[in-house]
Design a protein around this ligand. Structure first.
Ligand code: NAD
Length: 317
């Protein structure tokens, strides 16, 4: 069984690969024989004899040919240009997020093996301002190029799946925390800054108000959901092949209070607020979220805020 992970050196990709390498068998698939990783560069490649790291853009023909030989049975397509960067560098975002992804799909179609494919879409497909509640019937209306690329890919993946060219399962991720400080151009990174800073007892500045509400999921929970999506691709496609994942909805203030309750009540003093209206509108006004389709399909959130903060805590050395 051959696995391909694009964006494998990114925040989610690294943890996914770590877990794939540690698993004796991938649920629904059995043992992985070859794990091909693609990213622009690798800073700490895993020392696993099954792993092959290919640095280059998956959107380039030569790299695409290399990463799909041998033909993958399971693809995690994570590589992307994130929200802020895709807004600032339109052509790059379009080239990677849409044209590159379509080239990957075409290559998989031409290989004729109908691999399983897990695609990480985003809640950015809902756009802004959001309605009073978001559920499985909320229209998709992206308000950023990044969200538009994700939405376009969702449509294409559903069509390629309908035609039997791939077996795609798409998950719309909420904010995954805690992202490390390295900037990737994601405007939603402040939630990770908050959690990382308060866990370490360090000051931080929030580009949103204390009342800002966020949909969050820990990295650990995210990986479990990606592996679940992969397992679902081993079963016939049902009514849904794209799901908005369940997420915890919490305010910045609730996170600060949760750290106050854990420590000595100092967390509130560490946070300074400098709201930026564009960021608050896009990422800080997330209404109640209802995801019965994803829950029925077996996807889960962290359970509650203390559990999410536990899952997001740094591993002991
Ligand atoms: N982290 C989140 O909160 C979040 C939320 C919603 C959706 N997502 C989605 O999850 C996926 C992974 O997110 P992440 O947080 O790990 O992002 P990330 O930016 O940390 O990782 C993406 C990786 O893709 C790589 N990449 C970019 N262009 C490439 C190219 N042309 N060829 C090969 N690699 C390329 C980057 O170098 C990077 O390592 C993305 O598709 C993202 O849109 C993430």
């Amino acid at each position: 069984m051959n696995i391909l992970v694009t964006g494998a050196n990114g925040y989610i990709g690294k943890e996914l690969v770590r877990q794939l390498c540690a698993m004796p068998a991938v649920p629904g698939y059995g043992a992985a024989e070859a794990i091909t990783l693609c990213d622009l560069a690798f800073d700490d490649p895993p020392a696993d004899p099954r792993v092959r790291c290919i640095d280059g853009s998956f959107a380039d023909a030569a790299t695409l040919a290399a990463i799909t030989s041998p033909a993958p049975d399971l693809v995690f397509h994570l590589a992307c240009i994130a929200s802020g960067r895709a807004e600032q560098e339109f052509e790059l975002g379009l080239h990677v997020n849409l044209e590159g992804s379509l080239r990957l799909l075409e290559r998989l179609r031409q290989q004729g093996r109908s691999p399983a494919l897990v695609f990480t879409s985003s809640i950015a497909v809902f756009g802004a301002p959001l309605p009073e509640r978001v559920d499985d019937h909320t229209p998709l209306a992206p308000a950023l190029s990044y969200g538009a690329h994700k939405y376009a890919m969702e449509i294409l993946l559903a069509d390629y799946t309908r035609r039997g060219f791939v077996r795609a399962r798409t998950v719309r991720l909420p904010g995954i925390v805690p992202r490390p400080p390295a900037p990737n151009g994601a405007w939603s990174a402040f939630s990770s800054t908050l959690i990382r800073s308060l866990a370490a007892g360090e000051p931080c500045t929030m580009p949103v108000s204390p009342q800002a509400t966020l949909w969050l999921m820990s990295l650990r929970c995210c990986i479990a959901n990606l592996l679940h999506a992969a397992e679902l691709a081993t079963q016939p496609a049902g009514e849904h092949t794209a799901w908005t994942l369940p997420a915890l909805r919490v305010s910045v203030q609730e996170i600060v209070r949760a750290y106050d309750a854990r420590g000595n009540g100092q967390a509130g003093k560490l946070v300074r607020y400098a709201p930026e209206p564009a960021i608050e509108a896009q990422f800080g006004t997330q209404p109640p979220l209802h995801t019965p389709a994803a829950e029925a399909a077996g996807f889960r959130h962290d359970g509650n805020l203390p559990a999410l903060l536990d899952h997001a805590a740094p591993e002991p050395p």
